[in-house]
Design a protein around this ligand. Sequence first.
Ligand SMILES: Nc1ncnc2c1ncn2[C@@H]1O[C@H](COP(=O)(O)OP(=O)(O)OP(=O)(O)O)[C@@H](O)[C@H]1O
Length: 712
Amino acid sequence: MEGDAGLILNVSSLPGPPRRQKQNKAVKRKPQWMDNGTPTKRKRTLPASSPLKNQAKAVDVSGKGNLASAFVPKKHPTDRQDESTRPFIKTSSLFKNNPKIPEIPRGTVQLVQEKVFTSDSFTQLDLHPHLVSTITTVLKMSSMTSVQKQTIPVLLQGRDALVRSQTGSGKTLAYGVPLVQSLQGMKSKIQRSDGPYALILVPTRELVLQSFDTVQKLLKPFTWIVPGVLMGGEKRKSEKARLRKGINILISTPGRLVDHIKSTKCIHFHRTQWLVLDEADRILDMGFEKDVTVILNALNAESERRQTVLLSATLAQGVTRLADISLNDPVSISVVDETWDRSEPELEPVQGAVCSPVNMGNSSFAVPEKLKQHVVVVPSKLRLVTLSAFILGKCKFEKCHKMIIFFSSCEQVEFHHELFLKVLLGGAESDQPGHPLPPLPDLRFLRLHGNMDQEERTAVFQEFLQAKIGILLCTDVAARGLDLPQVTWIVQYNAPVSPAEYVHRIGRTARIGCHGNSLLILIPSEAEYVNSLASHKIKVSEMKMEDILANLMKDDRFKGRQWGNKKSRGTNPQEVRERATVLQTEFENYVHSSGEKVRWAKKALQSFLRAYTTYPKSLKHIFHIKALHLGHVAKTFGLRDAPQNLSTSVAATSKKKTKLRPQRPDLHKRTQGKRHLAEILRSEYSSGMDSNVSKVKRKKRHGKPGNQETLS
Ligand SMILES: Nc1ncnc2c1ncn2[C@@H]1O[C@H](COP(=O)(O)OP(=O)(O)OP(=O)(O)O)[C@@H](O)[C@H]1O
């Protein structure tokens, strides 16, 4: 590791020169762009005649620079085959040369709060009795939520609406109920062959399936109205066949719908009376702008009158020019009812307007009241072990937890999924004699991202939906709208690109009045992000890294050998550090067990760095690639050294990037390199028909070792 290599252990008794060569190279390695003055540490090398040759050596984990205790790194079984080609193993030096962890500001934050439920029942609305009985008996709901109480009557009057209410507050039914009510009551009964009467656009395929499920349930008594989906990942031919037969309520991602508008003759919008844009701020932003323009033009050309609804938890008035032209004299509905300072619990809530249709213009976000938000500031090098300790603490030792972990790229999701399966959980190799980590049946790791086959994506989504426990590693493809019951923890391993995305990510828990928790993991240079969240009225409380790492004390698989059969007493900080080092060494051993795996880790690291360059201008002072220490970041990918050839390409990307559009999903295609980057990043939301993205997918299914995509 550049500037922080730790001790170098000679395990193969090869002569000195090759090692000296390797180190000389390493000294030159530090690229200009990452030199932020982090203290560098001189590497200790052992002379060829050293008595320590072929022996395990003491490792400093004290963080004070002294060799405090003896720790023997365990050998991974796969190390054996590579010993001839990999002469040295550097043990982890996790606790040295780390930047100071800054104080997290404890300012006063005026929280925006919403009341979820009202005491009003669906029976009070002027709805078809069969619709009411479906809501109460099939969906098992009796009282309306605040957003439903405000929105349903407005939409039943035929008005356009902009609807903002917090995540998990029931916006789907807020538009679904009036939509079904209006379609079932049409004077001339709807025929399947009439085609779409309503169009519902959502940003991801999983959300298409989820919205379809809700609409289908509402339509139970009205069997003549046919709902259907278009979402990519499915054969275009079968979608065309379903369109030909007739779909009355069409639910789609924008990209896939545009594809059919362009290539499917039988699609038409002669009778389309409803347009719903769920997650409207996402759908109307630059990433989808072109697609939505095509859709609006197609609708305008074929149907005269239309009722349009825009919904999101983070909707500001006049979202975009597109919203302005798609809405006709809209009613703004925003469910904000109380504002108070939760940092001073003795204070009474400041009385605010109850459910008033105002306050759409500001960028303060309401977060569910029972959602406890946390942040932990962790030096770069310690991020992987801290995340692992957190997973073990919650999902192995507390059990009963269902957790979602967000990453900033598909490659990172694949990498960590594989790494956790093989090292943390213990995969196939753990069956081999001598493997230090036996399997943990309690932990179930799943992954979800835009580069997966649709079939697998749907299967994973369904599995996690129904699971009582489990850990879903994912990209922002799962950030919006998904209603996954019983999720207890949201972890953001990479910070989101905007406070709005932060709100959507954490909104996958604490839904509809339930309890939930979130943890945002930042490195010291990113601590300022807490202030940025506070400016949007989001308050997070601090967790200490040491407390998270202390979970490793419950897991004797990570006991340093020098502790032998000694019983661990409490949370001895020294022992905690040693356990963290054992775990880090396991990760590093796994990654370095073959050249292929090293390349795979480098690709994941590269994808992280590329994603890091895509933070918008407004957050650049917090998330700037120049603030990263490449060697330390590499360690969190199980790499012992900062990859040499990576720095220039990333630096180049960083330079070029200034011309790119700021938001990750909004990147536009200009140059070859930028196009490639934009495609990879936008693949989270693609229609599944984009030829270049498909090629990438075919070339590299899931980014597993030996099946890698070239990123630059
Ligand atoms: N009136 C109600 N009573 C009880 N549960 C409800 C009611 N309305 C909706 N729900 C349930 O609340 C959950 C969240 O609803 P929904 O997914 O529509 O929220 P949302 O506001 O669209 O969230 P997001 O902003 O994250 O998309 C769902 O499980 C839904 O079934």
